[in-house]
Design a protein around this ligand. Structure first.
Ligand SMILES: [Zn+2]
Ligand SMILES: [Zn+2]
Length: 452
């Protein structure tokens, strides 16, 4: 019986593209008493693998915490695999606002001591004595109460790109660190203030609220289902969003836009920007914010050192990496001397800019011609493959690549491989590849832009 992944991420991405089905990105968690987490893990793996469900899941004696990607057509069958467990009957599945078929490319279920690393000794307080759960509307009205203190229980790289207006945003790298800091900072407010807490999906607040009540806070409230569920409710009920910016998420999208406010800066040039990326140097992989111009100029690197490294022969890069710890690499704290515009701790509530919405006039002004479609993206080498179906393409042409996940990205083509060799131009029917600093998806459209 297969209990582990047999496909690589690249193979999986290709299969997903070829299957062409819609997938849903979702998350859920449940606290429970699980006697045999190992068996629970294996049973889930078998059930979910059969449904082509992917994701990152933690199970422990205390419950389950899951972020997943599930084929839309298997959604009901997936729910059934949860409902066979009493503690997951009627469970709320947080479905992401923006969908991306590549949000997860493996099914990884790990047995852990705890489903959230909170550093708390659960035996020292009553974990079931939780804060009052609030819906979006209730949360908004309590936010307006002058007697309320609102605390963001996420990490600095999460709150930097988006948070609730007026929230305290601790400068922490993990959840464990934030608990004592907040307890200390709010010492004098335990009796009379409302402590309003929130996190991404609600799970961190489940135990933290009980901990703060135990610490003597009298009025503890938590946002039910976190920012993800809040967003769903404000959209469904047409409520005003008190959350500004982007919600950082733990999959490769690295963020869901909630409002069009940009509240953070490119860490390299300071321009308003809220796109997280990982440094292209595999030995670094630092998580930081980088604008498109810096991405192009720095080749997706966080520093000139890293940029030099990625141009070394592959063997030398591997040698340099030897012995280096890049554990937990994807979410490593974005602190580097080279990044001058990094902000954490006290974050502004005022947006620095608005995210570009599709400007119709701009679209008319720029003349573009559809020339082809994307066929593949080779992530390792950062090379995109397109099929030319109309007109043609030459070196030096400015192109627009557009798709539901890719968005609209402009780039100038500097080198083209046509049917396997260098060429100055490509004609209809040619299969071409060229280097591209961002991933493209199957059927993304390739346009040539008129440069007048
Ligand atoms: Zn920049
Ligand atoms: Zn780097």
């Amino acid at each position: 019986m297969q209990l582990y992944n047999t496909l690589s991420a690249e193979e999986r991405a290709r299969l997903i593209d070829e299957a062409g089905q819609e997938r849903l990105t979702l998350s859920f968690y449940a606290y429970a008493k699980i006697e045999d987490p190992k068996k629970f893990r294996d049973d889930l793996f078998i059930a979910w693998n059969a449904l082509d469900a992917l994701g990152r899941i933690y199970v422990a004696h205390e419950g389950i915490n899951a972020q997943m990607s599930v084929p839309a057509e298997n959604f009901d069958a997936f729910r059934e695999t949860l409902e066979v467990y009493d503690f997951m009957k009627g469970i709320r599945l947080n479905v992401a606002v923006e969908q991306d078929n590549h949000s997860f490319l493996k099914l990884t279920i790990k047995v852990r001591n705890k489903i959230v690393a909170d550093g708390l000794n659960d035996k020292t307080f009553d974990v079931t004595n939780k804060g009052i759960h609030l819906k979006a509307k209730e949360f908004n009205s309590l936010l307006e109460d002058p007697n309320t203190i609102v605390v963001d229980f996420r990490n600095h790289y999460e709150s930097e790109v988006g948070h609730f207006e007026g929230a305290i945003t601790p400068d922490v790298e993990n959840f464990r660190e934030s608990l004592p800091i907040i307890n200390e900072q709010l010492q004098d407010y335990k009796e009379d203030k409302n402590l309003l807490m929130y996190c991404t999906g609600g799970i961190r607040c489940e135990k933290a609220s009980a901990y703060f009540k135990h610490q003597g806070f009298k009025n503890v409230y938590q946002l039910e289902g976190g920012i993800i569920e809040y967003t769903r409710q404000i959209k469904e009920e047409g409520i005003e969003s008190k959350f500004i910016g982007k919600n950082f998420v733990f999959d490769h999208r690295l963020g869901e836009r909630i409002t069009d406010d940009i509240i953070s800066q490119c860490h390299q040039c300071g321009k308003p920007c809220d796109n997280h990326t990982n440094c292209a140097n595999d030995a670094c992989h630092l998580l930081f914010i980088q604008c498109d111009e810096c991405k192009a100029a720095m080749e997706n690197c966080c520093s000139t050192e890293c940029q030099e490294t990625i141009h070394l022969p592959w063997e030398e890069q591997v040698a340099k990496r030897k012995g280096l710890q890049v554990g937990n690499k994807i979410f490593r704290k974005g602190k580097s001397e080279a990044l001058k515009f990094k902000k954490s701790g006290n974050l502004p509530d005022k947006p620095l800019a608005k995210a570009e919405t599709k400007d119709i006039r701009h679209k008319i002004k720029v003349k573009k011609t559809l020339v082809g479609k994307a066929e593949h993206y080779f992530s390792k080498s950062k090379i995109a493959q397109f099929l030319i179906e109309n007109n043609g393409l030459s070196v030096g042409d400015k192109v627009l690549i557009s798709g539901p996940t890719t968005g609209e990205q402009e780039i100038t083509v500097e080198k083209i491989f046509v049917n396997g060799g260098f060429s100055d131009s490509a004609k209809v029917g040619d299969q071409i590849t060229f280097e591209l600093p961002f991933r493209v998806r199957l059927s993304d459209k390739l346009y040539k832009i008129d440069q007048n």
